[in-house]
Design a protein around this ligand. Structure first.
Ligand code: BDP
Length: 571
């Protein structure tokens, strides 16, 4: 699904801002019941994009289990006659429905992927309509992520879940109204390769149309321009391979993006029908033996598991936090991050592409974006890969992922599924491990932690000889709590733990990366074991560095671990 774009043939209107809002306490009996679309008062309003939970001070709104409604009036621009137009929701966490006036037009499961509704036949151009988006926060044993809803004696519902981040809900990403021509480009797939002898960039592309049969009377022209705006290559047809002579490669830390313009025109008179533009980087990704190669050179990941999380907006996308977080990644010397534990807003991936930051995209929703910065798909975090049935569950998922895209595939393994007990790691390209020695295990016994960690990693290395990334390691620390006596929760304790891990990484040959858990403190469900959330951040929730940030900055930025020129045959 392509993102809305303003081009010569398409228009976009942002629907972000304040929307009328209502918490639904009694679920209307059917999906078409008119109470779903009853007009809401404008006394209670919420911002879009933002999770609604922390906007109010009300316990029952913050912890609401079930549906809420967002509503506003929208006018379709007058000039959109003769086009098709859609309402697009970038994310509704976790189940979303779009209603135009009283018609249900889209029903989408999955809280972190976009969906849209064609409203062309419901509202004429120039007309106003009432847009209602209903969003449910419920997690059950049929959703991803899973959860459980129970009822307590006073009739309220309680949501429990296994994951360790607050179940923020609502419209956490933008909402758009956009138009496309009657016959339009519906999808674009691009793969890049490099002819290493000639240093040429090879671009394989495919353009899909809607309605699907319309391509016969049309031409498709693809033009590639460099960063100076100079056309360097062109292609004809809906599927083809284009060569960019002596291509400028997209490198970690040194992004370079080509502009790919796709133009559809009518065969008979060459009149323009549709236009779409994407930016792409030319680069290769490959796993060879125990190395992870980007552009044929060993790459060592340094960075973090992150969250979309900040005060008040919850998981709401915020461009100020986006840019500031990338500033901090640069300051600390990180070259990559994992979109733990869900696909992030597409704006984040686009920005990573422009900044040369490498991404491990934790999602099964392949095709969501064209991001070049994503070098690998993580299809699960900490599944019970040691239990019976794990292989049967994951085998088809790995197959589907490989069919959809050629990038390496991994999952994040947890401590209980040891190298002896795990049943699935042979199917993956890279071994990603989450470990908490010195914290959840052997807490405070730094010597034992170091020994156990090394034994664990060497076990995986001996069995598989595949590249290994430590995708989570760290400890909680309360900013401002200091101690020279190895006191858990102090900033020094967290810093010490990181140093143990680094010593071990430097001794284990197959380790090709280190992602600290977590970039910043983040909110969790209310819990007596979590003091206002998870404090494993190297930065506080408002992005102030803790002592551990200096440990990382020294290693990554000053000693240069993970910098391209320092990663040769090992690190
Ligand atoms: C890991 C999870 C992560 C948690 C972390 C922790 O992958 O989501 O936040 O533990 O306990 O198991 O901090």
């Amino acid at each position: 699904m392509l993102r809305p774009q303003s081009t010569a043939t398409r228009e976009v209107v942002s629907l972000d801002g304040l929307w009328n809002f209502e918490v639904v306490h009694t679920i209307p009996p059917t999906e078409s019941d008119s109470t779903w679309t009853r007009r809401l008062s404008n006394k209670t309003q919420v911002p879009v994009p933002a999770s609604y939970n922390d906007i109010f001070l009300d316990y029952d709104i913050r912890n609401h289990v079930g549906w809420v409604k967002y509503q506003r009036q929208v006018r379709v621009p007058r000039g959109w006659q003769g086009t098709r137009y859609f309402v697009r929701c970038d994310a509704a966490t976790h189940h979303g429905r779009i209603y135009a006036n009283d018609k249900l037009l889209a029903d989408h499961h999955g809280g972190y992927t976009p969906f849209d509704a064609d409203i062309t036949d419901i509202v004429g151009s120039g007309q106003e309509f009432q847009l209602t988006i209903a969003v449910s926060s419920e997690l059950t044993n049929e959703t991803i992520p899973p959860g459980k809803v129970t009822s307590i004696p006073d009739g309220r519902k309680k949501q429990t879940y296994m994951h360790d981040f607050f179940n923020y809900s609502g419209l956490s990403r933008s909402v758009w109204l956009y138009s496309v021509p009657e016959e339009y480009i519906s999808d674009i797939s691009i793969n890049t390769d490099v002819d290493w002898d000639k240093q040429d960039g090879i671009i394989h592309y495919r353009v899909d149309l809607a309605p699907p049969s319309s391509s016969r009377e049309m031409n498709c022209r693809v033009s590639i321009r460099d960063e100076q705006g100079i056309e360097v290559a062109i292609g004809e047809g809906f599927e083809n391979t284009i060569t960019i002579p002596s291509a400028h490669l997209w490198q970690p830390g040194a992004a370079y993006l080509y502009d790919v313009a796709i133009q559809l025109s009518r065969s008979s008179d060459e009149s323009p029908l549709d236009a779409y533009q994407v930016n792409i980087g030319v680069r290769t990704v490959e796993v060879r033996g125990s190395q992870f190669l980007i552009n044929n050179k060993p790459f060592y990941f340094t960075g973090f598991g992150k969250h979309e999380d900040s005060a008040i907006r919850g998981k709401g996308h915020d461009p100020a936090y986006l840019v500031h977080d990338f500033q901090l990644l640069d300051w600390i010397g990180a070259n990559s991050f994992r979109t733990s534990h869900y696909p992030y807003a597409e704006e984040v991936l686009d920005y990573a592409d422009r900044q040369g930051i490498v991404v491990i995209d934790e999602t099964a929703a392949v095709g969501l974006n064209l991001g070049v910065s994503s070098v690998m798909w993580s299809i699960s975090n900490e599944p019970a890969s040691h239990e019976e049935g794990a292989r049967e569950y994951f085998e088809p998922l790995v197959k589907v992922t490989r069919k959809l895209d050629k990038r390496p595939v991994c999952f994040a393994n947890f401590g209980l599924a040891t190298s002896e007990k795990d049943r699935i790691s042979d199917m993956f390209d890279v071994l990603c491990l989450n470990r908490y020695y010195g914290w959840y295990e052997a807490c405070g016994d730094m010597k034992l932690a170091e020994q156990e960690l090394e034994k664990d990693l060497v076990g995986w290395q001996t069995k598989y000889r595949k590249p290994m990334i430590m995708t989570e390691y760290g400890a909680d620390s309360i900013a401002g709590l200091h101690s020279a006596m190895l006191t858990p929760w102090s900033e020094e304790f967290q810093a010490d733990i990181l140093e143990i891990y680094h010593r071990v990484f430097d001794r284990v040959e197959c380790i090709v990366g280190e992602h600290v858990w977590n970039f910043a403190d983040f909110q969790t469900s209310q819990h007596v074991f979590r003091v206002d959330g998870n404090k494993k951040g190297v930065f506080t929730r408002d992005r102030k560095p803790k002592v551990s940030a200096q440990v990382l900055r020294r290693r990554w930025r000053l000693e240069g671990v993970g910098r391209l020129e320092t990663v040769k045959d090992g690190h």
